[in-house]
Design a protein around this ligand. Structure first.
Ligand SMILES: [Zn+2]
Length: 529
């Protein structure tokens, strides 16, 4: 009796060709009986044969190489190998005298006349799987998988023909970005934004005016950040096209669309609209025009907070502006300190980017394996789709982290510039500062302004807080020779500066200022960008 191994393989338990593990085994056993063979050990495999490196197959081949058995039985050639590497190994052993039987093909490799038909069968099976993969990749989902969008380009992109990446339209692409930007200013609703974008020349896919729905669709479409979402299935793919808007801008847009962020509508007459709140009832103080003057008042019935004229608020904010002003050389020094510390951060950032890129390639491999698995029927389509979406999502996350890190440098430089520029504005212009610039600066520097009886209370952001803390005008203990313009209080809720509303313009006294502290707080404040 010839001692042989039995080798069985299925891709899944409920595989399409209906030949389960048990059926394969019994076919092999029948064959063994008839041909006087003894199966001394079974090797079972439940993975695809498309790629080399099946554990059970390898183990069996190693044992055969050492002549631990005289041969091996397969159910069918395509069970033994679907790649030329494995087939080659089988043939080498066959030449060395090991017997290979393919039960249902009726092939015995030690029989010379069987070698050619066996080669043909093996070639067919390799060809079959190669083709199947090609077919899968050629289809709708295959193109999506490769990053191509098999549907007409969304507004802002151009179709470049089948199987090619959509390119950004030089005219409409920037207009689409503008659509997002304008929407995020909070000055537009969908209707006014549609009007504005039509005025600016944005057109729909067929060349007509862009509609409200069109604008709403643009604002919701993740294609503009490099992803492709198929509406019907809600499936998400990573696109090969260039994004038009940043993920930050897109997310902000989604938040506003979802109503999670308060829209700020700015009317230019009322410069301090929505800036001041009533300390009593915490509602915004509303501006109104009376006899050519602008007044702000709390609209809560019976609230003791008195109406205040815009000029009075302006006066206080100008003083605040003078209080956070620094000289040109002080600003230069802060910039220098900040930049040195930012450079250190860059080294660390580059290391992180390399790590993230590596993680992305690992996910690429995972996706490949997953595709193989579905091609071989190892997993069913539902699981495949779910797993794939998860991987794609992770990849897009990684990519956006990489982009964010890349962007961060720019954002940080911009932040430093903006901070210094605002302080410069405060310093140089002082009295000629335009109201719009003044309110812009106050918005940037403060998180809260309260009207509280005779006082306006201002809560500042870092590093403006540190600037104020360093200015003797607000922080020195009361002393007779030097009047204070404001009083600062540290509370659990941050630092508040309190100005009397009938404040007389004061020159801020000069003292030593800890520029290092200001620069450090500037760096720290970037963590929240
Ligand atoms: Zn009130």
């Amino acid at each position: 009796m010839e001692k042989v191994y039995g080798y069985v393989r299925v891709s899944t338990q409920k595989q399409g060709d209906g030949v389960s593990l048990i059926e394969q085994k019994s076919a092999i056993e029948d064959f063994a009986k008839k041909n006087n063979l003894t199966i001394i050990h079974w090797f079972e495999e439940k993975v695809t044969a498309a790629k080399e490196g099946r554990p059970a197959f390898n183990e069996m081949m190693a044992l055969l190489t050492r002549e631990k058995a005289e041969g091996a039985c397969f159910h069918k050639i395509d069970r033994s190998s679907r790649n030329y590497g494995d087939w080659n190994r089988i043939n080498i052993l066959a030449d060395a005298g090991i017997n290979f039987y393919s039960v249902s093909d009726g092939i015995n490799l030690s029989d010379e006349s069987s070698r050619l038909p066996a080669d043909i069968l093996a070639a067919m099976s390799t060809h079959y799987i190669r083709n199947l993969r090609k077919e899968v990749l050629k289809g709708f989902y295959g193109r999506l998988k490769q990053g191509f969008y098999p549907l007409p380009a969304p507004i802002g992109y151009k179709d470049m023909g089948g199987g090619k990446t959509k390119e950004i339209d030089l005219v409409y692409g920037p207009l689409v970005r503008k659509t997002f930007e304008l929407y995020c200013t909070g000055k537009y609703g969908i209707i006014s934004l549609t009007e504005e974008m039509n005025k600016r020349g944005l057109r729909g896919r067929k060349g007509g005016k862009v509609t409200k729905t069109g604008i709403a669709n643009i604002l919701r479409n993740p294609f503009y950040i490099g992803m492709m979402k198929i509406k019907r299935t809600d499936e998400v793919f990573a696109g090969s096209h260039k994004p038009i808007v940043s993920k930050v801008l897109f997310n902000k847009t989604q938040q506003i669309l979802d109503g999670r962020t308060h829209k700020r509508v700015i009317k230019h007459d009322f410069h301090f609209k929505r800036m001041l709140k009533c300390a009593h009832c915490k509602y915004s103080i509303i501006g109104e025009r009376q006899k050519g003057h602008i007044y702000y008042r709390c609209h809560t019935k019976g609230c003791p907070t008195k109406t205040i004229r815009q000029e009075i608020i302006e006066n206080v904010l100008r003083q605040f502006s003078a209080d956070i002003a620094l000289t040109g050389s002080q600003l230069d020094e802060i910039r220098e300190i900040a930049q040195k510390s930012l450079e250190k951060g860059n080294d660390f950032r580059n290391k992180t980017i390399t790590e993230l890129k590596f993680k992305k390639t690992v996910l690429d491999d995972k996706l490949d394996k997953l595709t193989d698995a579905v091609i071989d029927g190892l997993i069913d389509r539902d699981i495949y789709l779910r797993k794939k979406e998860k991987i794609i999502f992770e990849q897009v996350e990684l990519q956006s982290k990489i982009e964010q890190l890349n962007e961060k440098q720019e954002v940080e430089d911009h932040h430093v510039d903006k901070f210094l520029e605002l302080l410069k504005t405060a310093c140089i212009k002082e009295n000629q500062l335009e109201l719009a610039d003044l309110s812009h600066m106050v918005n940037f520097a403060t998180s809260n302004l309260f009207l509280n009886g005779k006082y306006i209370e201002i809560k500042t952001y870092s590093p403006f807080t540190e600037v104020l803390r360093n200015k003797k005008s607000t922080y020195c203990p009361p002393c007779r020779d030097r009047p204070r313009t404001a009083v600062a209080n540290d509370t659990e809720d941050g630092t508040w500066v309190r100005y009397r509303i009938d404040i007389k313009k004061q020159k801020t006294p000069k003292g030593t200022i800890d520029l290092e502290e200001i620069a450090k707080s500037l760096i720290r404040s970037m963590a929240t960008l």
